[in-house]
Design a binder for this molecule. Structure first.
Ligand code: M6R
Length: 617
């Protein structure tokens, strides 16, 4: 097995916090233990003790932290804790959270995109950094505001304005025994209510031993916690009420949070899980891809063969564009149910990529065995690392999406794309066809994706009105060119599998070769058209649709005046680097399908006739 399967602790950082009636160290460690499933490679806690901040941290497992605490106990009643899965900087005690100055201590999950600029600015002001992490820039930023005289709440409010990225934060302050601040932008956070005690956790599972009364922070929220309760502020700073719900997390390891369906929760989790997947393949501090050894020299690969089923196949189809364009290696791709029987000749020095969320799909597994028997080096991109496909691969490239419960794949898809994008960059670099600057630009575009996805899900209401129109249709077409073509295919699959509407995706250039016959004023046409080098051609196709009365729903970053065509709706997208486009444009198609299915009253998480894992032919 390759590096991907040998490495331990792959996952997402975990955050906990307790404002307790008595010493909290033991309970913080208990809560962290419940987050162990997320994976970690160091852990730590900090408390407010006699007005000062104290912390204990340790590399490796929680038992190492417990040993530290046995030797040097922490007595505070207010504390935060963290399990870290290293992204920026090695998994050492020095880089372990909480990070702190004399005034403030922070635990963090996610990526602070502008940490380099912040660090340079703060160092120029005299702040001394001790770690390689992006988190430390948050600590010094808040400290800086407090040094200007701002009280903690105002200092955090100000600091949050300067942070770019997708993240969750838990913050405590020296001299403030009854205060904790939480902030959510992209990564989930739950607040728990006890009797005269308050809790904070990355999810309700962490808090299950203490309370089942939970509020999930919404995107952009930040909250001020005291033992009396929580005051929640939205992105604009207004004080808001969020629902208080009874969690079932103690009975179930995965719950829906405050979402109606697992699919909705999984769509919303994407900023976090994409971050963590990218962090597994990118050296964030260096801004370069850091790809595991595939057991084959990347510069000697003559051809890549990709195979998968359903959504995973569409991830592979996007990768074909990337690998051919960025790395200049020819790619053969086919659905696994065809490739396994085609008796396709495979080249002697070939790499075969099998993509599967479950890792159990029968056709994909059979194709893996065919490729392996025909001398291919096998790398699998799987979400379930204990799966059969993982076990039978030479190398496993895990997606870090966490359990995907909804039958319609969402977060697994964008995480598959994250791994495949990094692989294309790694092959391009190894072959000498991708220079350092181009690699850095692609890496930057990828690391910005979680923030942009968080921005799209924040404007979810626009998809409800589009879904209302779609729910009246009989047929829906999706069009796209380049990497937007597989996204059109995926969008159509998503809509048909959960809403039961008939939907088809086409390469926009194929429109004239048949599908245009379907267009009339009852047919919505969803056009995936980033303003790239193919945009003008797609606009021409849109004009053909408009001329026949088709209702165009455009997903594009192009300014409205550049869209020389009448559209029924324009989902305005941020402009991002080309490599980031398919990941980002998948999200509106997921939300369109989801809201259409909700309006149509189908069983969103378990649509008829479908299984999450297709282990038969
Ligand atoms: O577990 P896998 O990724 O191998 O599953 C492949 C397909 O069955 C799967 O992607 C299916 O198409 C989903 N229901 C799509 O949402």
């Amino acid at each position: 097995m390759g590096w991907g399967t040998e490495r331990n602790g792959i996952g997402m950082c975990g955050i906990v916090g307790i404002l307790g009636k008595s010493t909290v160290a033991t309970n913080l460690v208990d809560a962290l233990r419940r987050l162990e499933y997320r994976g970690y490679d160091s852990a730590g806690i900090a408390t407010v003790e006699d007005g000062s901040l104290e912390r204990r941290r340790a590399e490796g497992k929680l038992r190492n932290l417990e040993r530290r605490l046995n030797d040097e106990p922490l007595a505070g009643r207010t504390g935060i804790g963290h399990t870290r899965w290293a992204t920026h900087g090695r998994p050492t005690e020095r880089n372990a959270h909480p990070h702190m100055t004399a005034k403030v201590s922070v635990v963090h999950n996610g990526i602070i995109e502008n940490f380099r600029a912040l660090r340079a600015e703060l160092e120029a002001k005299g702040h001394v950094f001790e770690t390689d992490t992006d988190t430390e820039s948050v600590v010094h930023l808040i400290t800086d505001e407090m040094q200007k005289g701002l009280p903690p709440v105002d200092a955090v409010r100000e600091a949050l304005q300067h942070l770019e990225g997708a993240f969750a934060l838990g913050i405590i302050f020296a001299g403030h025994d009854d205060l904790m601040i939480a902030a959510r932008k992209g990564s989930p956070l739950a607040i728990g209510y006890g009797a005269g005690e308050m809790y904070l956790g990355s999810d309700a599972i962490a808090l299950a031993p203490f309370t089942d009364t939970i509020t999930y922070l919404e995107e952009g929220d930040w909250a001020v916690l005291t033992r009396n309760g929580a005051e929640i502020h939205d992105l604009e700073g207004a004080i808001v009420e969020r629902p208080v719900v009874k969690s079932v997390a103690s009975a179930l390891l995965v719950d829906k949070g405050n979402h109606r369906h697992f699919m909705a929760k999984e769509i919303h989790e994407q900023p976090e899980v994409i971050s963590h997947t990218l962090a597994n393949y990118i050296d964030m501090a260096a801004g370069r891809v850091n790809f595991p050894d595939l057991g084959i020299a990347l510069d000697s690969i003559d051809r890549v063969t990709i195979s998968a089923c359903g959504t995973a196949y569409y991830a592979g189809l996007v990768a074909k564009y990337w690998i051919e364009r960025i790395a200049r290696v020819p790619v053969e791709i086919d659905v696994a149910s065809e490739l396994r029987y085609r008796e396709a000749p495979l080249p002697p020095n070939g790499l075969a990529l099998l993509v599967s969320q479950s890792g159990e799909t029968a056709d994909t597994l059979a194709t893996l065995r065919y490729c392996r028997a025909n001398g291919q080096r096998i790398a699998s991109i799987v979400n379930v690392r204990t799966s059969t496909i993982a076990r039978e691969s030479h190398t496993v490239l895990p997606t870090l999406a966490g359990p995907e419960i909804g039958v319609a794949s969402t977060k697994a898809f964008t995480c598959q794309l994250s791994v495949l994008a990094c692989l294309a960059l790694a092959i391009g670099r190894a072959r000498g066809v991708l220079d350092r600057d181009a690699e850095a630009a692609h890496v930057k575009a990828l690391t910005e994706i979680p923030r942009h996805v968080a921005g799209i899900v924040r404007h979810e209401s626009q998809f409800v009105s589009i879904a209302q129109e779609l729910s009246k249709a009989r047929d829906v077409l999706y069009l796209g060119r380049g990497t937007s073509y597989p996204i059109a295919l995926e969008g159509a699959l998503k809509l048909k599998e959960i809403s039961y509407l008939h939907a088809e995706g086409y390469a926009a250039g194929e429109l004239k070769h048949g599908p245009i016959a379907l267009i009339d004023d009852n047919v919505p046409v969803i056009v995936v058209a980033p303003e790239d080098d193919l945009f003008d051609k797609t606009i021409s196709n849109m004009q053909e649709v408009a001329a026949r009365g088709g209702q165009i729903i455009l997903i594009s970053d192009a300014a409205p005046h550049k869209v020389a065509c009448k559209v029924a709706a324009h989902i305005e997208m941020p402009s991002v680097g080309t490599i980031a486009t398919p990941l980002l444009y998948a999200v509106p198609t997921q939300l369109i399908a989801y809201h259409t299915a909700v309006i149509m009253g189908t069983d969103v998480d378990q649509p008829r006739n479908l299984a999450k894992s297709v282990t038969v032919e």
